[in-house]
Each structure stands twice: as structure tokens, then as C-alpha cells.
Design a protein around this ligand. Structure first.
Ligand code: GLC
Ligand code: CA
Length: 511
């Protein structure tokens, strides 16, 4: 980065994912909504995040919790109205926060008027907006849906769906589809939306011969590896459109392939994604070898200035990190230090800042066909039940320890996870090194991960102890503990040792 050019806002941002169904309910029907988000903007401002990404809020029959869209340009009544989103855009902007929406280009709902037309007859003008074949191949759908092809009795052909049968895949090779979907983006960009999280963008291009894929034989769904040149063409079109708007609108893409090398391709030559999720840390156990490998991978591969990394430890599709770390709050807190000090843009999934675990889901409370309900549990705002969810019971049970972990209880409570996240975000903002600096690994014991971030004169050292016993980590010079994951020893001189499971940000001691 040259000193004279200002980096785009999203390189210095902390982005917060809202899963609206579970964030906050404003009308007592047990389902979170846009006015619920509006009511809790204080929490987000207190936390210090720079942008919000809302999971889908569009009209939907909710077969896949809103990722099956029947109208891209309207809000589902469950979540509110267009007036509500306009108010939210204005209010977020007034508080200095940007707002990103979820754009789902790969598939619509089977109730979308486009698909209703497409399936009405073989010679309907929209027939070719979706992917119809006489014979299925062996591709498998995600979300335990079996074959990726469903038979349409009426027109005697199969249609493709890489997810549920209620989510038919669009045919992006049809220029009318491209135009219609670009219109969707224009609709929201014109309303003031600052960008989009782009759902499974790597799936939009399909292998043109529709040949069987040997990997599907083992039961793996195609979405885990579909990686076709045509997806890049789709993406370049989206990027051109978004870049034609003023104000640094951003595209962050979900490339759900567990390979940093493949993910890198989706940045293109600065003409595809501004940022791509890189999901390896989402599966990684709290273990030094795994994290070292993920981080080194990113640092060696995502080097070009325009392939800016992202860091994600949890989202609405995966177990929360604390649950993956066997319930250890200590590990989840140390992981927060990592998330907010690596080189790249961090994404926080709602409730992560409270140290929540997944809710316990029984067969009676299961909603999602993909079994992802645990991490989607409602946010406990108040300590006393119903935790700020007055009215009907929320659509999923609360996570464990909802009294102790409620937002109201953690606010201003020294040592709370919320305070840790808030202070980490604040520490990033005051350090150019943490925001934009280089990353350099420091030699350490195998159980300790340590690195230096540096930009010009500004520097920080971050060190994490993965072990259950204390570890020495000596460094030259005089350092002060700026932040400790367990809030121990802050503002004191660093003595060269990490407590069990502890993570620290060190800053040079002033003399
Ligand atoms: C993405 C979403 C997930 C959804 C799927 C289909 O992976 O994150 O929730 O089920 O796409 O749209
Ligand atoms: Ca509601």
C-alpha cells in the first residue's frame, strides 16, 4: 500500500453478520425482523463494527430460511417492508455503519414467477432461464437433498437444483437472466445498499457437457467443489455493475471450496470479488498446526495487493466456534484475538461477541433440512427469560447459559466476551499496523503462535498459547500488554510468558 492512497473502507472494516430471523423480534411473533435490528443498533455501535451484512430478508416460502427467494425486490412480510429497510439503511448510515445485503444468484425459489413460468411448458419464453434436461447425471444436491435433479411431471423433464428441490438453479448462460439479475442489484444499489455478500458464487457456472462427476459418487454434493470458468464471467459482470456506482460498493463472495488456492482465483485480476470468504478456519479445531497452516496459506497465496483476505470463525451454516472448541470459552476468547489481528477483514457472526454456543436441537425443535439450527438460535438480549423476546416463543430454543451470556449482562462487565470484542475492535482502529500492516510470523514453541504486524513505525506483536499450561515466549525489547484474552495483566509490562490458553496483543512500551 502506498502511503498516499487511502485504502478502501472495507479493508479497514470489521463486518458483522446479522441473521435476521434470530437477531431480535419487534412484533412478538417469535421471529426476528428488520425493526428488531433497528432497535438494537446501539449494541452494534457500542461494539464498534463498521458494516452489517443481513442474511436474506426477501420474499420467500422459507424452504431454506430465505435462501429460496420468490421476489428479489421485496421484503418478506415476516421481516417487515421496504419502508423498514429504507429506515434501516438511513439509520445505519446515520450511525456511520454500512449495510450489505445477501445476493443469491445461483437459484431462486420454485415459487418465483420466473420458475412458475419456466415449468409451465417447454416452449415458455422463460423455459431456458433454468436448467432442464431429459436425463439426469450423477450430481448430488447439498442439504441432504439427494440427486441434484428433480422430475417435472407436467413437462416431462428434469430441472437442476444444487440445493433443495425448492431451489431451482438459474441458467446464467441466458443473457436475459444476466440482465434480470443485474436489475436486482441496481434496485438495491439505487436504494443505498453498500454492497453484497454473494451466495455460492462459484456455483453459477456449470460444466457445459453436464458430465458425471466422480466426486459425487462418494456422496459429496457438487457445491463443495464446483469450480467452472463461467462463474468467473458471471462475476466479472457483477463487478462491472457494482463498480459503476459511486461510494466503493463491495462484493464479498461465498466461495465454498476449502482451498485457498482455488478461492484466490475468484479475486480475478481485480475484476471479480473485492473479498472472498476463505472457510478453512471454520472447520479447524483449536489447534496450533491447523491455524498455522491456514494462516501461512493465506499469507503466501493472497499476497497480491488486490486479493485482500477475510477471516471468519463462524456463520449461520456451521457450528459456532465455542461449540467446535468443546465449549471452551477461554479458547473462543483467544480465537477472537486471532480473528481481529490477522491481516484481512474480520467477519463476526451475531452472538459470537457474546461467547454463545450452539443451542441444543432435538428432533422436535429441528427446522433446517440441513441440520444447521444450533448456530441460528435467538440472541439473548436480557438476562431474564424470555431474554427480550416477548410474545410468542422464538422459532428456535435459546443457546445454553442465556442468562449469564445475555448482552445486557455483558455490557460494561470487565472480562466479558462482549467487552473483549469491543476492545479488540477499538484496538484495531487505533493501530494502522493492525488494520493495514504486514504480517510476519515470529519463531515460537510449537504450542505458541506469534506474529508481528507492522506499518511504518507502528507495530504490534500478537501471541497465543494453545496449551493448557503456561509457556514462555520471550521477545526482544520492552512490551506492554495492550489486550489479554482473559483480561489478565493488561497495561502491565510483558514478562515473556503466556498463561494457559491465553492470547495477547503487545504494544511497544513507551519510555
Ligand atoms: C449458502 C448459504 C446457505 C444456503 C445455501 C443455499 O451456502 O450460506 O445458508 O443454504 O447457500 O442458498
Ligand atoms: Ca417478528
Amino acid at each position: 500500500m502506498s502511503e498516499s492512497t487511502q485504502p478502501p473502507w472495507w479493508k479497514g472494516a470489521t463486518i458483522y453478520q446479522i441473521y435476521p430471523r434470530s437477531f431480535a423480534d419487534s412484533n412478538g411473533d417469535g421471529i426476528g425482523d428488520l425493526n428488531g435490528v433497528l432497535r438494537h443498533l446501539d449494541h452494534l455501535q457500542h461494539l464498534g463494527v463498521d458494516a452489517l451484512w443481513l442474511s436474506p430478508i426477501f420474499r420467500s416460502p422459507m424452504a431454506d430460511a430465505g435462501y429460496d427467494i420468490s421476489d428479489y425486490c421485496d421484503i418478506d412480510p415476516l421481516f417487515g417492508s421496504l419502508e423498514d429497510i429504507d429506515r434501516l439503511i438511513a439509520e445505519a448510515h446515520a450511525r456511520g455503519m454500512r449495510l450489505l445485503l445477501d445476493f443469491v444468484p445461483n437459484h431462486t425459489s420454485d415459487q418465483h414467477p420466473w420458475f412458475v413460468e419456466s415449468r409451465s411448458s417447454r416452449d415458455n419464453p422463460k423455459r431456458d432461464w433454468y436448467i432442464w434436461r431429459d436425463e439426469p447425471n450423477n450430481w448430488r444436491a447439498a442439504l441432504n437433498a439427494g440427486s441434484a435433479w428433480s422430475w417435472d411431471e407436467h413437462t416431462q423433464q428434469y430441472y437442476l437444483h444444487l440445493f433443495l428441490p425448492e431451489q431451482p438453479d438459474l441458467n446464467w448462460r441466458n443473457p436475459q437472466v444476466v440482465e434480470a439479475m443485474h436489475d436486482v442489484l441496481r434496485f438495491w444499489l439505487d436504494r443505498g445498499i453498500d454492497g453484497f455478500r454473494v451466495d455460492v458464487i462459484h456455483c453459477t457456472g456449470k460444466e457445459p457437457s453436464f458430465a458425471d462427476d466422480p466426486r459425487c459418487l462418494a456422496g459429496q454434493p457438487l457445491v463443495e467443489f464446483n469450480d467452472q470458468p463461467y462463474s468467473h464471467e458471471v462475476l466479472r459482470g457483477l463487478r462491472r455493475l457494482v463498480d459503476s456506482y459511486p461510494g466503493e460498493r463491495v462484493l464479498v463472495g461465498e466461495v465454498n471450496i476449502r482451498s485457498t488456492e482455488r478461492v484466490l482465483q475468484y479475486y480475478g485480476a481485480s475484476d471479480e470479488l473485492h473479498m472472498s470468504f476463505n472457510f478453512q478456519p471454520l472447520d479447524a479445531p483449536w489447534e496450533p498446526v491447523m491455524f498455522r497452516t491456514c494462516i501461512r496459506d493465506v499469507e503466501t497465496l493472497l499476497k497480491p495487493a488486490d486479493a485482500w483476505p477475510t477471516w471468519v470463525l463462524s456463520n449461520h451454516d456451521n457450528h459456532r466456534q465455542r461449540s467446535r472448541y468443546h465449549g471452551s470459552l477461554r479458547s473462543a476468547q483467544a480465537a477472537a484475538v486471532l480473528l481481529l489481528t490477522l491481516r484481512g477483514t474480520p467477519f463476526i457472526f451475531q452472538g459470537e461477541e457474546l461467547g454463545l454456543e450452539d443451542a441444543l436441537i432435538t428432533p422436535e425443535t429441528q427446522v433446517d433440512p440441513g441440520g444447521r439450527d444450533g448456530c441460528r438460535a435467538p440472541i439473548p438480549w436480557l438476562a431474564a427469560p424470555p431474554h427480550g423476546w416477548e410474545g410468542d416463543e422464538p422459532w428456535l430454543p435459546f443457546p445454553p447459559e442465556s442468562d449469564e451470556l445475555a448482552a445486557e449482562r455483558q455490557r460494561h462487565a470487565p472480562g466479558s466476551t462482549l467487552e473483549l470484542y469491543r476492545r479488540l475492535i477499538e484496538a484495531r482502529k487505533r493501530s494502522p499496523a493492525l488494520l493495514h500492516g504486514d504480517w510476519e510470523e515470529l519463531p515460537s514453541h510449537p504450542n505458541v503462535l506469534a506474529y508481528r504486524r507492522q506499518l511504518g513505525e507502528d507495530q504490534r506483536v500478537v501471541c497465543l498459547n494453545f496449551a493448557d499450561e503456561p509457556h514462555a515466549f520471550p521477545i526482544n525489547g520492552h512490551w506492554r500488554i495492550e489486550i489479554a484474552s482473559d483480561a489478565q495483566g493488561e497495561d502491565e509490562t510483558y514478562a515473556g510468558e503466556l498463561a494457559a490458553g491465553q492470547a495477547l496483543i503487545l504494544s511497544p512500551e513507551e519510555h
